[in-house]
Design a binder for this molecule. Sequence first.
Ligand code: PAF
Length: 282
Amino acid sequence: MIAPIVRDIAALRAQSEPWVRAGASIGVVPTMGALHDGHLSLVAAAKARCEHVIVTIFVNPKQFNTPEDLANYPRTEGEDARKLERFGVDAIYVPDGDVMYPEGFSTTVSVTGLTDVMDGIYRPGHFEGVATVVAKLFTQSRATDAFFGEKDFQQLQVVRRMACDLDIPITVHGCPTIREMDGLAMSSRNLLLSDRARIKAPILFEELEKIADGLAAGAPFADLHSSAIARLEKAGFTKTDYLELRANDDLALLEAPTRPARLFAASWLAGVRIIDNIAVES
Ligand code: PAF
């Protein structure tokens, strides 16, 4: 079934109005397009849980750190719409930049604490951009449920905090990371990897797994960390922004998994920044 593509807020509201009046559940899956199986797993989760599903596609300029990164971000709207056909979603919302940020737009949603670490440091302003656009997508769609991947676990926690703090009546669901056969976490940015870099990219996930195994065997995190960094460098990862063990809930830095925790990494390979995270046993 081909879902209607709606491009402005009035058309989106006209779609959802009867659902809201009927008290139906509405799932929203916010994306920036270039849909892969990771996104499609979120759509499947939304379809399983909600009576109506809206997928949003908006390459949000406010969350990019450089104009080149924004310009290089893959845009594949026609292909995305085709990939969504088999799911029978109710609407695909594809707003233009000036629908989302009309002239005079002056508001920024800023979540403190959770954004003081990891990508909050290495991508200044990124989470303000994410929180601002997601708050708008939540209120525009009037969704009851939202679906985000754990691949961007820090983003998931920031969005949860934002929705709670702004009293937006929505349940935010975190869904498992979907991986390629060789372990690489699915990401639209993987399209930017050269063939050579694509072969090496799963090494980041392999190193996270080695650290998780080492922690489970009682090895100190600091030792596991330094050998992982050395192997990453040898494999051609030019710079690791962070490779850290942090608590799930408040993202506090840990030396051992004394409470539910994850390993988080961001590392550069052939000019592409790869991020990943995995849960560890606590
Ligand atoms: O994860 C993404 O694709 C984006 O950060 C999101 C949540 C769609 C906001 O632009």
